[in-house]
Design a protein. Structure first.
Length: 189
């Protein structure tokens, strides 16, 4: 099996397990209004369609940028596995407080231990890292643009989520955000 095919299978396994684990969550007691999230998700759809269209219409976006390197590609498989493990560590550590949307769950509190003591949005960090690892294996402009779009999406989503969490938790969230980096470990806010 090629590194690219293996990472594709890892993504599928990750998504299936992630969706199945969505059943393990507490009741939502507050959510960010849909209208506030619409530009984020609407923009993501527009960018996805545009990148898909561009990838099909512009052959240059499918040209490999550098020669395959088995050592590098397998190293990116390891990075992908570590990124998915990081996401699952964060998900398990958050427990039933996890939410796919921007919500507050019943009994919600600021979790600032485990991966949440390293970055405020460890799941987003892991997904960004896994996306770039796959893009680097593929080594095509189209996949690198997709990885960049994913990074921008999660960066914007993190900011929206933090605005909501500041409204919900006030100064306690401000204190947490001053101590812990948003997405890049050890990068001080």
């Amino acid at each position: 099996m090629s590194p690219s095919a293996l990472v594709s299978d890892l993504w599928i396994a990750f998504f299936v397990s992630w969706i199945a684990a969505a059943l393990w969550a507490k009741k939502t007691v507050a959510r960010m209004p849909s209208g506030a999230q619409l530009p984020l998700y609407g923009g993501a759809i527009v960018v996805s369609v545009a990148l898909n269209f561009a990838g099909r219409m512009l052959p240059g976006l499918q040209v490999r940028l550098w020669a395959e390197s088995a050592l590098f590609d397998w190293a990116m498989v390891v990075v992908s596995i570590l990124a998915f493990a990081w996401c699952w560590w964060a998900r398990i550590h958050l427990g039933s407080l996890w939410s796919a949307g921007i919500n507050r769950r019943e009994g919600h509190r600021i979790v600032d231990t485990g991966p949440y003591g390293i970055v405020r949005h460890p799941i987003y960090t892991g997904l960004i890292l896994a996306t770039f690892a796959f893009a680097l294996i593929r080594a095509r402009p189209a996949t690198l643009l997709i990885a960049l779009a994913v990074a921008i999406f999660f960066s914007v989503k993190a900011r929206l989520e933090e605005r909501f969490l500041r409204q919900e938790f006030g100064a306690a969230y401000d204190t947490y955000s001053q101590r812990v980096a948003r997405l890049v470990p050890f990068l001080r806010p």
